[in-house]
Design a protein around this ligand. Structure first.
Ligand SMILES: [Cu+2]
Length: 153
């Protein structure tokens, strides 16, 4: 009897803790679209866990702009980045670029960055095309976005 009571108390605590963590912590339910730099101050870079970044910085909304910033190819930057959209979850998991759509070339991430507006209500599987999948696989340069509809007040 004691064990059951403790078990339910434990469950209740976990449940409270979990729902607390799920509360949105970003002021993003405003009426105007947001402009979000992918990766924050670290930009679009090899070795950043963008799935983790997207979880912490989302949700993203319809008409929000994602900004991809990365340096163009040069003598010192011989492993440049790019941005691709992968066609489905399977290619996303495998970092299979064979049917991917080029969104931003190696030179388009300079300056203020390449801007991608979330205009279609569908899953977006973003990945870097660098190293023919190496940046996506080993550099964790991939993330998933499903734009949400903004609540009007
Ligand atoms: Cu890359």
């Amino acid at each position: 009897m004691w064990a059951i009571s403790m078990a339910s108390r434990q469950y209740g605590f976990n449940n409270t803790d979990w729902s607390y963590k799920r509360r949105p912590c970003r002021q993003n339910s405003t009426a105007t679209p947001n402009k979000i730099v992918v990766g924050g101050s670290q930009n679009w870079t090899f070795g950043i866990n963008y799935a983790d970044w997207a979880l912490k910085n989302g949700p993203f909304y319809f008409n929000d702009t994602l900004v991809f910033k990365y340096d163009p190819p040069s003598d010192t930057n011989t492993h440049p980045h790019s941005v691709y959209l992968l066609p489905n979850l399977w290619s996303f998991l495998k970092c299979d670029l064979s049917r991917a759509k080029l969104v931003a070339s190696e030179t388009q991430g300079g300056g203020d960055g390449f801007k991608f507006v979330l205009k279609s209500w569908q899953p977006h599987y973003f990945a870097c095309g660098g190293g023919a999948g190496f940046h996506c696989n080993n550099g964790t340069m991939k993330f998933f976005v499903m734009p949400m509809f903004r609540r009007r007040y």
